[in-house]
Design a protein around this ligand. Structure first.
Ligand SMILES: NC(=O)c1ccc[n+]([C@@H]2O[C@H](COP(=O)([O-])OP(=O)(O)OC[C@H]3O[C@@H](n4cnc5c(N)ncnc54)[C@H](OP(=O)(O)O)[C@@H]3O)[C@@H](O)[C@H]2O)c1
Length: 250
């Protein structure tokens, strides 16, 4: 059920953190992986790691906030692999922290472009081919910040809330084309993205206050869930938001 041999998997934000682990796990289970992020060199490093471990991968750079690069990513991936079986919309950004009253338009646009518009149009392009072909699976990485309010994470949370609804709408419209669309909403996971909340003791204690398991998560705990949702074991699951947050939302 967890065999991805012969499958092509595109992962955005694949150069670091959760995305890098998702790339490595898919490759370990037999998939050819397209590793994408803004920095080609960083993606190539992940490709090298995968190849050293006997897997297959290629690197394609794309800034998810730039539509021409998003379309180029879709086109290059389809040219290189012929077909995309699994798309993981993982790349995201959060350049601001603070009350929403202070939001500047430029920051709003950047967050919405990278976290929402890019993944939306990339999904459309890839899903079109899946629907015309043998179907596929799309997994969107949201956040518990898209399911509840968080002090300081307002605009980021709004973008992630939209990803949650995007998941449901795509699942509804594309189920007939044999495309499943699901969403993973992580809590606090140890990566560059969340470093400040983990290394600072006061912030860490505050963040873990409501987490039942009283610890942050690690990247493999998200990658495993993504592989499950993409696998045949999840063949009757679509339109779902799976929270992986150590029991913070329970
Ligand atoms: N870590 C957490 O606690 C946490 C919690 C909830 C949700 N999440 C979500 O999990 C996902 C992965 O986060 P992470 O913690 O693994 O972050 P991370 O370690 O900071 O990695 C982010 C990845 O996205 C890429 N990226 C950033 N901006 C991009 C852009 N404009 N276009 C294309 N790629 C871009 C980065 O590579 P380059 O710099 O090379 O572009 C990198 O590969 C995100 O969707 C995030 O919102 C994380």
């Amino acid at each position: 059920m967890f065999d991805f041999k012969g499958k092509n998997v595109l992962v955005t934000g694949g150069s670091r953190g959760i995305g890098r682990e998702i790339c490595k796990q898919f490759a370990k289970y037999g998939a050819k992986v397209i590793v994408s992020s803004r920095k080609l060199e960083a993606c190539e490093k992940v490709v090298e790691e995968i190849e050293r471990e006997g897997g297959e991968a290629i690197a394609v750079a794309a800034n998810m906030g730039k539509m021409d690069e998003v379309m180029n990513l879709a086109n290059r991936s389809l040219e290189e692999c012929g077909y995309i079986d699994v798309l993981v919309n993982n790349a995201a950004t959060n350049p601001i922290f603070g009350p929403i009253l202070n939001t500047e338009e430029k920051a709003w646009d950047k967050i919405m472009d990278v976290n929402l518009k890019g993944p939306f149009f990339l999904s459309l392009r890839i899903a079109q081919k899946m629907i015309e072909g043998k179907g596929g699976s799309i997994i969107n990485i949201a956040s518990t910040a898209g399911l509840r309010s968080w002090p300081g994470l307002g605009v980021y949370g709004i973008s992630k809330g939209a990803i949650v609804q995007m998941t449901r709408q795509m699942a509804r419209e594309w189920a007939g084309g044999n495309v499943r669309v699901n969403c993973v909403a992580p809590g606090l996971i140890d990566t560059d993205f969340s470093k400040v909340l983990i290394v600072n003791q006061a912030l860490r204690e505050e963040a873990l206050k409501t987490v039942s398991m009283n610890r942050h998560g690690v990247v493999s705990e998200i990658a495993g869930l993504v592989l499950f949702l993409a696998s045949d074991a999840a063949s009757y699951i679509t339109g779902q938001i799976i929270v992986a947050d150590g029991g913070g939302m329970c």
